[in-house]
Design a protein around this ligand. Structure first.
Ligand SMILES: [Zn+2]
Length: 394
Protein backbone atom coordinates (compact mmCIF):
# COMPACT_ATOMS: atom_id res chain seq x y z
CA UNK A 1 0.00 0.00 0.00
CA UNK A 2 1.36 3.49 -0.89
CA UNK A 3 1.93 6.11 1.88
CA UNK A 4 -1.02 8.23 0.65
CA UNK A 5 -3.42 5.28 0.65
CA UNK A 6 -2.21 4.25 4.08
CA UNK A 7 -2.90 7.74 5.47
CA UNK A 8 -6.42 7.79 4.03
CA UNK A 9 -7.03 4.32 5.47
CA UNK A 10 -5.68 5.46 8.89
CA UNK A 11 -7.79 8.64 9.04
CA UNK A 12 -10.90 6.63 8.02
CA UNK A 13 -10.15 3.98 10.64
CA UNK A 14 -9.59 6.56 13.44
CA UNK A 15 -12.70 8.50 12.40
CA UNK A 16 -14.88 5.34 12.62
CA UNK A 17 -13.41 4.43 16.01
CA UNK A 18 -13.97 7.98 17.33
CA UNK A 19 -17.54 8.00 15.98
CA UNK A 20 -18.30 5.08 18.25
CA UNK A 21 -17.17 7.10 21.30
CA UNK A 22 -18.00 10.74 20.36
CA UNK A 23 -20.68 12.54 18.36
CA UNK A 24 -19.62 14.48 15.20
CA UNK A 25 -19.97 17.77 17.18
CA UNK A 26 -17.58 16.50 19.83
CA UNK A 27 -15.00 15.43 17.22
CA UNK A 28 -15.08 18.92 15.66
CA UNK A 29 -14.67 20.55 19.13
CA UNK A 30 -11.75 18.21 19.83
CA UNK A 31 -10.01 19.20 16.58
CA UNK A 32 -10.56 22.94 17.29
CA UNK A 33 -9.21 22.51 20.84
CA UNK A 34 -6.09 20.70 19.61
CA UNK A 35 -5.36 23.36 16.98
CA UNK A 36 -5.80 26.25 19.48
CA UNK A 37 -3.62 24.53 22.08
CA UNK A 38 -0.89 24.01 19.48
CA UNK A 39 -0.88 27.68 18.49
CA UNK A 40 -0.90 28.80 22.17
CA UNK A 41 2.11 26.69 23.13
CA UNK A 42 4.16 27.41 20.07
CA UNK A 43 7.40 28.99 21.40
CA UNK A 44 7.75 32.78 20.97
CA UNK A 45 10.98 32.04 19.09
CA UNK A 46 9.06 30.31 16.31
CA UNK A 47 6.63 33.23 16.08
CA UNK A 48 9.52 35.68 15.94
CA UNK A 49 11.38 33.79 13.24
CA UNK A 50 8.28 33.69 11.06
CA UNK A 51 7.17 37.32 11.39
CA UNK A 52 10.04 39.55 12.49
CA UNK A 53 13.55 40.24 11.20
CA UNK A 54 15.72 40.72 14.33
CA UNK A 55 16.47 44.46 14.34
CA UNK A 56 19.84 45.58 15.71
CA UNK A 57 19.51 48.56 18.05
CA UNK A 58 22.32 50.97 19.01
CA UNK A 59 21.36 53.51 21.68
CA UNK A 60 23.91 56.29 22.20
CA UNK A 61 23.45 58.42 25.32
CA UNK A 62 25.40 61.64 25.71
CA UNK A 63 25.17 62.01 29.47
CA UNK A 64 24.15 65.60 30.24
CA UNK A 65 24.01 66.52 26.53
CA UNK A 66 21.39 69.19 25.93
CA UNK A 67 20.83 71.11 22.72
CA UNK A 68 23.57 73.68 23.44
CA UNK A 69 26.13 70.95 24.21
CA UNK A 70 25.24 69.28 20.93
CA UNK A 71 25.32 72.64 19.11
CA UNK A 72 28.89 73.22 20.33
CA UNK A 73 30.01 70.45 17.92
CA UNK A 74 28.83 72.73 15.08
CA UNK A 75 30.87 75.75 16.20
CA UNK A 76 33.98 74.20 17.75
CA UNK A 77 34.51 71.00 15.73
CA UNK A 78 36.62 70.79 12.60
CA UNK A 79 34.11 68.98 10.42
CA UNK A 80 30.37 68.62 9.96
CA UNK A 81 29.14 66.66 13.00
CA UNK A 82 27.67 63.20 12.50
CA UNK A 83 24.45 64.47 14.11
CA UNK A 84 23.75 66.10 10.72
CA UNK A 85 23.30 62.70 9.09
CA UNK A 86 20.04 62.03 10.95
CA UNK A 87 16.69 63.03 9.46
CA UNK A 88 14.24 61.78 12.10
CA UNK A 89 14.44 64.05 15.13
CA UNK A 90 12.31 64.43 18.26
CA UNK A 91 12.44 65.78 21.80
CA UNK A 92 11.98 64.15 25.20
CA UNK A 93 10.85 65.43 28.55
CA UNK A 94 13.21 63.86 31.08
CA UNK A 95 11.47 64.37 34.47
CA UNK A 96 11.38 61.47 36.93
CA UNK A 97 8.66 60.40 39.38
CA UNK A 98 9.72 62.46 42.41
CA UNK A 99 11.54 65.45 40.91
CA UNK A 100 11.05 67.56 37.80
CA UNK A 101 14.81 67.65 37.18
CA UNK A 102 16.11 64.10 36.86
CA UNK A 103 19.47 62.38 37.35
CA UNK A 104 21.33 59.77 35.29
CA UNK A 105 19.93 56.85 37.31
CA UNK A 106 16.27 57.69 36.80
CA UNK A 107 17.02 58.83 33.24
CA UNK A 108 18.65 55.53 32.27
CA UNK A 109 15.95 53.55 34.12
CA UNK A 110 13.34 55.18 31.88
CA UNK A 111 15.29 54.22 28.72
CA UNK A 112 16.14 50.72 29.97
CA UNK A 113 12.76 49.65 31.39
CA UNK A 114 10.11 51.86 29.79
CA UNK A 115 9.03 53.09 33.22
CA UNK A 116 9.93 56.24 35.07
CA UNK A 117 11.22 55.92 38.60
CA UNK A 118 12.67 58.10 41.36
CA UNK A 119 15.98 60.01 41.34
CA UNK A 120 18.76 57.54 42.19
CA UNK A 121 16.81 54.40 41.18
CA UNK A 122 18.59 51.73 39.11
CA UNK A 123 15.77 49.93 37.24
CA UNK A 124 13.58 49.43 40.31
CA UNK A 125 9.98 50.55 40.67
CA UNK A 126 9.10 53.79 42.48
CA UNK A 127 6.36 52.02 44.47
CA UNK A 128 8.26 49.23 46.21
CA UNK A 129 11.78 49.18 44.67
CA UNK A 130 11.03 45.83 43.02
CA UNK A 131 12.99 45.00 39.85
CA UNK A 132 11.64 46.29 36.53
CA UNK A 133 12.61 44.17 33.51
CA UNK A 134 15.17 45.92 31.33
CA UNK A 135 15.62 45.83 27.55
CA UNK A 136 18.74 43.64 27.75
CA UNK A 137 16.79 41.01 29.71
CA UNK A 138 13.94 41.19 27.20
CA UNK A 139 16.04 41.03 24.03
CA UNK A 140 18.52 38.40 25.23
CA UNK A 141 15.56 36.02 25.64
CA UNK A 142 14.96 36.50 21.90
CA UNK A 143 18.53 35.51 21.04
CA UNK A 144 20.04 39.02 20.93
CA UNK A 145 23.67 39.65 21.94
CA UNK A 146 24.05 42.75 24.10
CA UNK A 147 26.80 45.23 24.92
CA UNK A 148 27.65 48.34 26.96
CA UNK A 149 30.35 50.96 26.34
CA UNK A 150 31.15 53.92 28.67
CA UNK A 151 34.06 56.13 29.75
CA UNK A 152 33.07 56.20 33.44
CA UNK A 153 32.74 53.00 35.45
CA UNK A 154 30.41 50.30 34.08
CA UNK A 155 28.82 50.46 37.54
CA UNK A 156 27.95 54.15 37.10
CA UNK A 157 24.24 55.00 36.85
CA UNK A 158 23.74 55.02 33.07
CA UNK A 159 25.18 51.60 32.13
CA UNK A 160 24.05 50.12 35.48
CA UNK A 161 20.36 50.62 34.69
CA UNK A 162 20.78 48.28 31.69
CA UNK A 163 21.73 45.22 33.78
CA UNK A 164 21.32 45.87 37.54
CA UNK A 165 18.35 46.38 39.84
CA UNK A 166 19.31 48.38 42.94
CA UNK A 167 17.42 50.89 45.09
CA UNK A 168 20.34 53.35 45.05
CA UNK A 169 22.93 54.24 42.41
CA UNK A 170 25.49 54.63 45.22
CA UNK A 171 25.64 50.85 45.82
CA UNK A 172 28.25 50.39 43.09
CA UNK A 173 29.74 47.20 44.57
CA UNK A 174 26.28 45.58 44.51
CA UNK A 175 25.87 46.79 40.94
CA UNK A 176 29.25 45.23 40.00
CA UNK A 177 28.16 41.92 41.53
CA UNK A 178 25.00 41.95 39.39
CA UNK A 179 27.04 42.39 36.20
CA UNK A 180 28.61 38.97 36.83
CA UNK A 181 25.32 37.11 36.39
CA UNK A 182 23.65 39.56 33.97
CA UNK A 183 22.73 38.92 30.32
CA UNK A 184 25.40 41.37 29.08
CA UNK A 185 27.76 39.78 26.51
CA UNK A 186 30.25 42.62 25.95
CA UNK A 187 31.32 45.62 27.99
CA UNK A 188 34.10 48.19 27.74
CA UNK A 189 34.55 50.87 30.41
CA UNK A 190 36.60 51.80 33.47
CA UNK A 191 35.73 50.85 37.09
CA UNK A 192 38.02 47.89 37.86
CA UNK A 193 38.25 48.71 41.61
CA UNK A 194 34.54 47.92 42.06
CA UNK A 195 35.41 44.37 40.94
CA UNK A 196 38.77 43.63 42.53
CA UNK A 197 39.40 46.14 45.35
CA UNK A 198 36.12 45.80 47.17
CA UNK A 199 35.05 46.35 50.77
CA UNK A 200 33.93 42.72 50.97
CA UNK A 201 37.38 41.60 49.67
CA UNK A 202 35.79 39.52 46.92
CA UNK A 203 37.48 39.38 43.53
CA UNK A 204 34.82 39.38 40.83
CA UNK A 205 37.22 38.94 37.90
CA UNK A 206 37.50 35.12 38.29
CA UNK A 207 33.70 35.03 38.69
CA UNK A 208 33.25 36.92 35.41
CA UNK A 209 35.65 34.46 33.75
CA UNK A 210 33.76 31.47 35.18
CA UNK A 211 30.69 33.04 33.67
CA UNK A 212 32.18 32.93 30.17
CA UNK A 213 33.89 36.33 29.94
CA UNK A 214 37.29 36.73 28.40
CA UNK A 215 38.53 39.62 30.56
CA UNK A 216 41.03 42.35 29.67
CA UNK A 217 42.02 44.88 32.32
CA UNK A 218 44.96 46.69 30.72
CA UNK A 219 43.98 47.98 27.32
CA UNK A 220 41.40 47.89 24.59
CA UNK A 221 42.81 45.23 22.25
CA UNK A 222 40.90 44.49 19.08
CA UNK A 223 40.82 40.76 18.41
CA UNK A 224 39.18 38.10 16.30
CA UNK A 225 35.94 37.85 18.24
CA UNK A 226 34.10 34.59 18.70
CA UNK A 227 30.36 35.15 18.97
CA UNK A 228 30.04 32.18 21.32
CA UNK A 229 32.25 33.93 23.90
CA UNK A 230 31.70 37.04 26.03
CA UNK A 231 34.21 39.91 26.36
CA UNK A 232 34.85 42.36 29.19
CA UNK A 233 37.24 45.31 28.93
CA UNK A 234 37.52 46.81 32.40
CA UNK A 235 40.10 49.59 32.72
CA UNK A 236 41.89 50.26 36.02
CA UNK A 237 40.68 53.78 36.95
CA UNK A 238 37.28 54.42 38.52
CA UNK A 239 36.80 57.02 35.77
CA UNK A 240 38.88 57.34 32.65
CA UNK A 241 40.69 60.66 32.15
CA UNK A 242 38.75 63.38 30.38
CA UNK A 243 39.52 63.91 26.71
CA UNK A 244 41.28 67.21 27.61
CA UNK A 245 43.48 65.26 30.06
CA UNK A 246 44.71 62.85 27.40
CA UNK A 247 42.11 60.09 26.99
CA UNK A 248 42.66 58.31 23.69
CA UNK A 249 39.93 57.23 21.26
CA UNK A 250 38.56 54.68 23.74
CA UNK A 251 34.91 55.61 23.14
CA UNK A 252 34.82 55.41 19.31
CA UNK A 253 37.25 52.45 19.30
CA UNK A 254 35.24 50.47 21.86
CA UNK A 255 32.05 51.28 19.94
CA UNK A 256 33.60 49.88 16.76
CA UNK A 257 34.82 46.74 18.58
CA UNK A 258 31.44 46.18 20.22
CA UNK A 259 29.71 46.40 16.84
CA UNK A 260 32.31 44.07 15.28
CA UNK A 261 31.62 41.43 17.96
CA UNK A 262 27.86 41.87 18.34
CA UNK A 263 27.10 41.95 14.60
CA UNK A 264 28.44 38.39 14.26
CA UNK A 265 25.21 37.24 15.92
CA UNK A 266 22.54 36.40 13.36
CA UNK A 267 19.68 36.89 15.84
CA UNK A 268 20.30 40.62 16.38
CA UNK A 269 22.05 42.81 18.94
CA UNK A 270 21.50 45.68 21.35
CA UNK A 271 24.31 48.10 22.18
CA UNK A 272 24.26 51.06 24.57
CA UNK A 273 27.11 53.57 24.24
CA UNK A 274 27.48 56.37 26.77
CA UNK A 275 29.42 59.59 26.26
CA UNK A 276 29.77 59.65 30.04
CA UNK A 277 31.88 62.73 30.70
CA UNK A 278 29.81 65.42 28.96
CA UNK A 279 27.91 65.43 32.26
CA UNK A 280 31.09 65.73 34.35
CA UNK A 281 32.20 68.73 32.29
CA UNK A 282 28.81 70.36 32.88
CA UNK A 283 29.08 69.81 36.64
CA UNK A 284 32.53 71.38 36.59
CA UNK A 285 31.32 74.24 34.37
CA UNK A 286 34.31 73.47 32.14
CA UNK A 287 33.37 74.40 28.58
CA UNK A 288 36.63 73.23 26.94
CA UNK A 289 36.27 69.78 28.55
CA UNK A 290 32.60 69.71 27.55
CA UNK A 291 33.24 70.54 23.89
CA UNK A 292 35.97 67.87 23.59
CA UNK A 293 33.67 65.27 25.19
CA UNK A 294 30.84 66.12 22.77
CA UNK A 295 33.23 65.85 19.78
CA UNK A 296 34.48 62.47 21.07
CA UNK A 297 30.88 61.28 21.50
CA UNK A 298 30.10 62.46 17.96
CA UNK A 299 32.89 60.16 16.69
CA UNK A 300 31.18 57.20 18.39
CA UNK A 301 27.90 58.33 16.80
CA UNK A 302 29.69 58.25 13.43
CA UNK A 303 30.87 54.67 14.03
CA UNK A 304 27.31 53.55 14.78
CA UNK A 305 25.81 55.50 11.89
CA UNK A 306 28.29 54.22 9.29
CA UNK A 307 27.68 50.62 10.37
CA UNK A 308 23.89 51.09 10.28
CA UNK A 309 24.01 52.70 6.86
CA UNK A 310 25.90 49.72 5.40
CA UNK A 311 24.02 47.06 7.38
CA UNK A 312 20.49 48.28 6.59
CA UNK A 313 18.93 46.40 9.49
CA UNK A 314 20.14 48.56 12.38
CA UNK A 315 18.31 51.30 14.25
CA UNK A 316 20.52 54.03 15.77
CA UNK A 317 19.15 56.39 18.42
CA UNK A 318 21.15 59.29 19.83
CA UNK A 319 19.84 61.14 22.86
CA UNK A 320 20.68 62.16 26.44
CA UNK A 321 19.33 61.46 29.90
CA UNK A 322 19.19 65.19 30.82
CA UNK A 323 21.07 68.45 30.37
CA UNK A 324 23.86 69.39 32.78
CA UNK A 325 25.15 72.87 33.62
CA UNK A 326 22.48 75.05 32.00
CA UNK A 327 25.06 75.38 29.22
CA UNK A 328 24.57 78.09 26.62
CA UNK A 329 26.34 79.59 23.62
CA UNK A 330 25.92 83.30 24.23
CA UNK A 331 27.87 86.23 22.81
CA UNK A 332 31.10 87.50 24.27
CA UNK A 333 30.33 89.91 27.10
CA UNK A 334 26.69 88.82 26.78
CA UNK A 335 26.07 88.90 30.53
CA UNK A 336 26.57 92.67 30.57
CA UNK A 337 23.44 94.86 30.42
CA UNK A 338 25.37 97.19 28.13
CA UNK A 339 23.99 95.69 24.91
CA UNK A 340 26.42 97.64 22.73
CA UNK A 341 29.32 95.77 24.33
CA UNK A 342 28.01 92.34 23.23
CA UNK A 343 30.14 90.82 20.50
CA UNK A 344 27.95 88.57 18.38
CA UNK A 345 30.97 87.53 16.31
CA UNK A 346 32.39 85.54 19.22
CA UNK A 347 30.66 82.68 21.06
CA UNK A 348 31.41 82.62 24.77
CA UNK A 349 30.05 79.41 26.29
CA UNK A 350 28.69 79.80 29.81
CA UNK A 351 26.77 77.92 32.49
CA UNK A 352 23.74 78.69 34.63
CA UNK A 353 24.06 75.88 37.22
CA UNK A 354 26.47 73.28 38.60
CA UNK A 355 23.65 70.74 38.48
CA UNK A 356 21.23 69.30 35.93
CA UNK A 357 18.40 71.16 34.23
CA UNK A 358 14.92 70.30 32.95
CA UNK A 359 15.41 71.46 29.35
CA UNK A 360 13.92 69.17 26.69
CA UNK A 361 16.46 66.82 25.13
CA UNK A 362 16.85 66.06 21.41
CA UNK A 363 16.47 62.53 19.99
CA UNK A 364 18.03 61.54 16.66
CA UNK A 365 17.04 58.30 14.94
CA UNK A 366 18.21 56.47 11.82
CA UNK A 367 17.31 53.09 10.36
CA UNK A 368 14.19 50.89 10.21
CA UNK A 369 11.43 52.44 12.34
CA UNK A 370 13.28 55.74 12.84
CA UNK A 371 10.20 57.81 11.91
CA UNK A 372 8.39 56.77 15.11
CA UNK A 373 10.97 58.75 17.13
CA UNK A 374 9.64 62.07 15.76
CA UNK A 375 7.59 64.36 18.01
CA UNK A 376 7.75 65.43 21.64
CA UNK A 377 7.25 62.75 24.28
CA UNK A 378 8.44 61.43 27.66
CA UNK A 379 11.86 59.78 28.05
CA UNK A 380 10.44 56.32 28.90
CA UNK A 381 8.81 56.19 25.43
CA UNK A 382 12.28 55.60 23.95
CA UNK A 383 12.14 52.05 25.37
CA UNK A 384 8.69 51.37 23.90
CA UNK A 385 9.66 52.85 20.53
CA UNK A 386 12.79 50.67 20.32
CA UNK A 387 10.67 47.54 20.85
CA UNK A 388 7.96 48.86 18.52
CA UNK A 389 10.52 49.45 15.75
CA UNK A 390 11.64 45.85 16.20
CA UNK A 391 8.05 44.60 15.90
CA UNK A 392 7.50 46.66 12.75
CA UNK A 393 10.64 45.20 11.12
CA UNK A 394 9.04 42.49 8.99
ZN1 LIG B 1 25.16 64.54 36.41
Amino acid sequence: MSMGLFCIWLIDYLYKKLQKIFTMKKIISLVILTVSLWSCFRSPDETQKEDIKPLNVILLIGDGMGLSQLSSAYYFGEQEPNFSKFKDIGFINTSCTNTRITDSAAGATAFATGNRSYKGAISVSPQDTSSMTNIIETLSLLGYKTGLVATYSVTHATPAAFYAHVDSRDKQEDIAMQLVTSEVDFFASSGLPYFNAREDNKDLIPLLEQNGFEMETQRLDAKEFNVKKKYGYLMPPISMPAKVDGRDDFLPDATKMAIDYLSRNKDGFFLMVEGSQIDGAGHKNNSEMLIQEVLDFDKAVGMAFDFAEKNGNTLVIVTADHETGGFTLGAENGTSDDYDSHDYAVIEPSFATYGHSATLIPVFAFGPGSDIFRGVYNNNEIFHKMLKARELNK
